[in-house]
Every structure is written in structure tokens, then in C-alpha cells.
Design a protein around this ligand. Structure first.
Ligand code: PLP
Length: 394
């Protein structure tokens, strides 16, 4: 009889968002008419930029006419979009060939799919607190997980110990959930470690557009030596509001080889086998993001989210609450006041001021005692939530 992949039985149920939904539902049931202020969601709230919407309409019209109709797109991505993304990197001083860019349906897909390139016996290092998909995708593949707890002591951006034993390493910067950003020096330590060991870094840059400080790196390829040890996985979800539209990109340098095999060439083979490319309409929309006008328009939305972060960090500064992130990231990772546990603080905020956030304990054991606030809500709700927290905790 056919046996299923037994590793699925090893997956831990994700109680985090389920629990949040249950608790908020119960509260609203008991208090009809309550307006919750949701600072927990990781989804964006502002619409697509006008240039993107225009490109979507125009591309749909292209598909309506025989002369401009497009069928299957090249599996690694349309040349016009691969070139636009490579040019975008070059404008930031990173030399990249368009053939090193792969257009994807989003970072989540890629974070799981890319594991096809690596043997199952390899060990994956996850720095916790972490975005839950890293662990789950590797558990499904039957891979050994090595957990590295980060903390306030290392600013939630740890560096590798000399004897660290892992083959794949997830680095997420700016980080979800902690909002921490790895410095150049710390990324260099990871790159050197990976090159020495023959490991590969999977660099999740989903939040790179939030880095405002020019001293901080937005791409692993700003670091010397990364072209021989890193893959960068990026997304337009948070950068340009594509969470429901779906588009991302992955960069694999031509110089990245392991065991005599070229990973970029392997990924071409993988994509041409397992996908038939991303839709023409979406790729046109994606290309609009990388035009000068597109960049200007997405910045307007990003500024709104950055404004939300400022509202919250100013509030926490005033209350003397210790926090990380918020400056170059759309998340503020706050220490729960008075030594409260993550869920205790969640219950307090919900019951007393109807603010919903995300308990840090849901991102790994070392997240206990912390709380994640997201900046993707409306400025009105964020301001109101901040006022209520000031009254409750001040
Ligand atoms: N990586 C991180 C760290 C995320 O927080 C998210 C989404 O919240 C993703 C990847 C997924 O992005 P996408 O919408 O492109 O699948």
C-alpha cells in the first residue's frame, strides 16, 4: 500500500494564529459591538500603487488581442522583469546578471521549493524566534533542524560559533518577528562561516524595502563572498502590497556551486520541470514596481507603515518599554511589561483595551515574554491603540 510522507505527522500544530482567532472570537462574542484594533496581522492594508494597477489593466488588454497575446512565459521569468530586477540591484551597487534572477509567485513558495536543491540528510539552521515556515518546510522534507536561540544580548542577530554544525542557514533580515536587522559585519561572519563550511545561506529579504538606514544591508549580495554561498529570496508582498496579487523573485548567483554542481543551473532545471512560469499579467505588474514612478509610489505606502512604527516606538519610549525593530522593519518586538508572559499580555490587551497583537512565544520558545506588533494596519487604528496602551500601562 502507498505510504504517505510520514514526516507530516511530525509537524507541530500551529496554535498561534488559531489561538488568537479563538480568543478574539470569544471576546467579541461576549462583548457584541466591540471594535478591535488589530496590530497582529502580517498582511498589508493599503492598495496597489496606481502604476501597478495600470500595468495590470494594460496587460489584461494585451491578452485580449491576438497581436499582443502571450501564452506560456519562460519558466524562470520574463526577460523584461528579470532585467528590471537585475537593474534595480545594479542601481544599488550590486552587480547581477538577469539570468541570476528567477521570478516566483512569492517568497513562501520559494522558501519551501528551493529545498529540492539540497539532500535530505543536510541539517537546516533556524534562528529563533523565527517565521514558522522555515521549520515546517524542513520537517516536511525530513530534514534535521538545528535551532539557534537569539536574544537581547545579541540584538536578536546572532553570529555563528566556530563549531556550529549546519548545512543550510536561514537568515531573515529585517526579521519577522523581531524587526532586527543584521549589520554588515554580522552578515560577513555568516558568509565567511558558510564559505568555510560549504554551507548555503537562504537569505529571506521579504522586508528589505523597510531598511531606511543606509549603513544597514538590504541584500546578502552587498557582502563580499556571498556569491559563493548565498541564495536571496525576495517578495513584492510587503514592498509593493502584492500579498493578494502574488509575485516574488529569487537570486541564485552563477558562481554558487556545491559538490561540483551549479545551483543556478539546477534551479533552471527544477523550474522548467515543476512550473510553467508566472502569468504575463502579473509580471507586467511587477515590472511597473521597478520603474522610477513605481518606486516613488510604493515609497508613499511604505512611509505610511513607517509612520505607524514611529507612533508605536514613541509610545514605548514614553512608557519605558524595551523594544526592538520598528526603525528599519515593519514589526516592533516589545518586551512584555512587568515580566508578563506573552499570552498573559495578549489577554490583558484584549480584555482591557481591545488591542490584538501577536504573542512572541508563538515564534519559538525564546520568544516567550515578548510581543510582536505589526505596522501594516491603518494610522488611525495604530494611533488609537497607542493612546489606549499609554492609558493602560502609563
Ligand atoms: N518571509 C517572511 C519573513 C515573511 O514574513 C513572509 C510573509 O509574511 C514571507 C516570507 C512570505 O512572503 P510571500 O507573501 O511573498 O509569500
Amino acid at each position: 500500500m502507498l505510504k504517505p510522507n510520514a514526516h507530516y505527522a511530525e509537524l507541530k500544530d500551529s496554535y498561534l494564529f488559531y489561538n488568537i482567532a479563538q480568543k478574539t472570537k470569544a471576546y467579541c462574542g461576549a462583548h457584541p459591538g466591540t471594535r478591535l484594533l488589530r496590530l497582529g496581522i502580517g498582511d498589508v492594508s493599503l492598495p496597489l500603487a496606481p502604476v501597478v494597477v495600470k500595468a495590470l489593466h494594460e496587460a489584461a488588454d494585451d491578452q485580449a488581442r491576438k497581436e499582443t497575446f502571450h501564452g506560456y512565459m519562460p519558466e524562470p521569468g520574463a526577460p523584461f522583469l528579470r532585467e528590471a530586477i537585475a537593474a534595480h540591484y545594479r542601481s544599488r551597487g550590486i552587480s547581477l546578471d538577469a539570468e541570476e534572477v528567477f521570478v516566483s509567485s512569492g517568497a513562501s513558495d520559494e522558501l519551501g521549493d528551493i529545498l529540492d536543491l539540497f539532500e535530505r540528510e543536510s541539517a537546516a539552521l533556524v534562528i529563533e524566534p523565527a517565521y514558522p515556515a522555515y521549520v515546517d518546510a524542513n520537517v516536511m522534507a525530513g530534514r534535521r533542524i538545528v535551532r539557534l536561540a537569539s536574544s537581547e544580548d545579541d540584538g536578536f542577530t546572532p553570529t555563528p560559533a566556530a563549531d556550529l554544525d549546519a548545512d543550510l542557514v536561514y537568515l531573515c533580515s529585517p526579521n519577522n518577528p523581531t524587526g532586527a536587522v543584521f549589520s554588515r559585519e554580522k552578515l560577513k561572519a555568516w558568509v565567511d562561516w558558510a564559505n568555510e563550511r560549504g554551507a548555503v545561506i537562504l537569505f529571506d529579504a521579504a522586508y528589505e524595502a523597510f531598511v531606511a538606514d543606509p549603513v544597514l544591508p538590504r541584500s546578502i549580495f552587498e557582502i563580499d563572498g556571498a556569491r559563493t554561498c548565498a541564495i536571496e529570496i525576495c517578495s513584492l508582498s510587503k514592498t509593493a502590497g502584492f500579498t493578494g496579487t502574488r509575485l516574488g523573485y529569487t537570486v541564485i548567483p552563477k558562481t554558487l556551486e556545491r559538490g561540483g554542481m551549479n545551483l543556478r543551473a539546477m534551479w533552471v532545471r527544477n523550474r522548467t520541470t515543476k512550473t510553467n512560469g508566472v502569468s504575463y499579467i502579473l509580471q507586467k505588474a511587477g515590472a511597473a514596481v521597478f520603474t522610477p514612478e513605481g518606486q516613488r509610489q510604493i515609497r508613499e505606502n511604505l512611509r505610511v507603515y513607517q509612520g505607524n512604527a514611529k507612533i508605536l516606538t514613541d509610545t514605548f519610549d514614553g512608557l519605558g518599554i524595551r523594544y526592538f525593530g520598528g526603525k528599519n522593519a515593519p514589526y516592533v518586538w516589545a518586551r512584555c511589561p512587568g515580566g508578563m508572559g506573552s499570552w498573559e499580555f495578549f489577554d490583558l490587551l484584549l480584555a482591557q483595551i481591545q488591542v490584538v497583537g501577536t504573542p512572541g512565544a508563538g515564534f519559538g520558545e525564546c520568544g516567550e515574554g515578548y510581543f510582536r506588533f505589526s505596522m501594516f494596519g491603518s494610522p488611525e487604528d495604530t494611533r488609537e491603540a497607542a493612546d489606549r496602551m499609554r492609558r493602560l500601562l502609563g
